[in-house]
Design a protein around this ligand. Structure first.
Ligand SMILES: Cc1cc2nc3c(=O)[nH]c(=O)nc-3n(C[C@H](O)[C@H](O)[C@H](O)COP(=O)(O)O)c2cc1C
Length: 206
């Protein structure tokens, strides 16, 4: 397999999407990719963060994760984006990072990248698909090659979201952090993204 570069770029306030992102890193690495895990910059004011203990704690716990910059996009053959659902949509922190990518887009340097997305919601019908599809709007503009997980692995029939790995964290996080099954789905999604990017890279080089 041609070696590929994969960036996993995410926002997470209380750790659910971060756990999915780490599983995506594992899946991509296992498939042979060189992987960068990157969080996007936090934009919320300190008083908002401090009012939610799990949020403040998560920021401390992930202090060692590097903050995403544009090189993490241009370097990558494939990018997996993770975001919690915010009112059925992408978190503003991730969107703000994406909106810094105009210069890369203008130079055509976002075209032909393999892209995919995953999310977490509080409730089962709280907008997982709408969030992932909202990210897809951006991918179309980039000329990205969207690789969804579909039902391409038995785990997809158990976790059930062909658009992208999705976790239901429950009211106030009552379900705890993502368990093994959904982490397996995230690994599968990243493996599929990596293998697709590798096949494209090899095909283009031939
Ligand atoms: C401002 C805000 C808006 C949210 N909107 C939704 C929503 O539309 N649907 C939903 O199911 N959960 C919603 N949630 C819950 C989060 O999506 C959920 O807790 C998610 O698991 C958080 O991921 P994280 O732990 O990675 O931050 C919202 C949470 C916040 C703070």
């Amino acid at each position: 397999m041609a070696p590929v570069n994969v960036s996993v770029i995410y926002y997470s306030a209380t750790g659910n999407v971060h756990a999915l992102a780490r599983a995506a890193v594992e899946g991509a690495e296992k498939a042979g990719a060189t992987v960068r895990l990157r969080k996007v910059r936090e934009l919320a004011p300190p008083e908002a963060i401090d009012s939610v203990p799990a949020w403040a704690r998560h920021i401390q716990d992930t202090a060692d994760v590097e903050v995403a910059d544009l090189d993490d996009l241009s370097w990558a053959d494939a990018v997996l984006f993770g975001t919690p659902t915010r009112f059925g949509n992408v978190a503003s922190q991730l969107k703000a990072f994406i909106d810094t990518a105009g210069p890369l887009w203008q130079q055509g340097r976002l075209a032909d990248k393999v892209v995919s997305a995953f999310t977490a919601t509080g409730t089962a019908h709280g907008g997982q698909e709408s969030t992932i599809l909202a990210l897809s709007n951006t991918f179309y503009h980039w000329g990205g090659i969207i690789v969804p997980p579909g039902y391409t692995d038995p785990v997809q029939f158990r976790t059930g979201n062909p658009y992208g790995t999705s976790y239901v964290s429950g009211a106030g996080g009552s379900n705890g952090l993502p368990g093994e099954e959904v982490l397996q789905a995230a690994r599968h999604q990243a493996r599929r993204v990596t293998e697709t990017a590798a096949a494209l890279k090899a095909g283009r080089a031939a």
